[in-house]
Design a protein around this ligand. Structure first.
Ligand code: DX5
Ligand code: ZN
Length: 235
């Protein structure tokens, strides 16, 4: 497979950070209706990032609501403490940051030992090389296109260069690498991210502000267009 033009389909992955927590079940049903297959949990501890969001109990509640794949993006200082709790809560995937420091590799492998998919996320200023030690083992790579901490921020211009670099680098791996982009993904930025090689477009505000089912459908269409694909039915 030629990695620079990934064959894998585009996935819109809603970030629950932007969902209305008072109507969480409705919000999940709305994105299920649009065909979403996974949900993204932006877990923040107020240390690694200057915001506090939610913990494993929210994921456990959502686990009881839906069969969708649940992925926890741990923007926390000591993610090793939370691998077990999130896995027990029902997380199918757990993503951690190499910026946590020297025990990144060991925590990454601890995720894999639980049977969960293991991903790495890098902040905008962190080079891809920060994931070199686990590059071959990655089940998922997440590129932040905003400084992590808050939803509703602007996509950092030029983020697509890093996406393209990651997609090129992924070409040397045995297995296909799903590449996610997180932050400021909306109708005007999603096409660039998809064209550069992203497969999983994480979106909070662009999904949950307004009518979520319609928003997801529009985002998926814009992503496919960005990748030069015809809308389904036009083939
Ligand atoms: C930042 C968060 C956001 C969130 C998406 O730490 O990770 O990127 O997922 O937020 P929106 O889609 O609203 O930019
Ligand atoms: Zn995230």
């Amino acid at each position: 497979m030629n990695e620079t033009s990934p064959q894998k389909e585009i996935r819109i992955v809603p970030s629950l950070l932007a969902a209305d927590f008072a109507r969480l079940e409705n919000e999940i049903r709305a994105v299920e209706a649009a065909g979403c297959r996974s949900l993204h949990f932006d877990v923040m501890d107020g240390h690694f990032v200057p915001n506090l969001s939610f913990g494993p109990d929210l994921l456990a509640a959502v686990r009881r609501l839906t069969p969708l794949k649940l992925v926890a993006h741990l923007m926390v200082d000591n993610p090793g403490l939370f691998i077990e709790p999130f896995r027990k809560a029902g997380a199918d995937g757990i993503i951690i940051h190499p910026e946590i420091g020297p025990d990144f590799d060991q925590v990454f492998r601890a995720i894999r030992e639980t049977g969960a998919e293991a991903g790495a996320a890098v902040k905008p200023k962190t080079p891809l090389s920060a994931t070199d030690a686990v590059w071959e083992e990655l089940d998922f790579l997440l590129l932040m296109s905003v400084e992590p901490g808050f939803g509703g921020q602007e996509f950092i211009p030029g983020s697509e260069k890093k996406i393209a670099e990651a997609r090129r680098k992924a070409g040397n791996r045995e297995r296909f690498l799903p590449i996610g982009v997180d932050g400021g993904i909306n109708l005007t930025t999603i096409g660039r991210a998809a064209a550069a090689g992203a497969t999983d477009l994480i979106a909070g505000s662009a999904v949950f502000r307004g009518e979520a089912t319609l928003n997801v459908r529009r985002l998926a269409e814009a992503a496919r267009k960005g990748r030069g694909e015809k809308p389904p039915g036009d083939e």
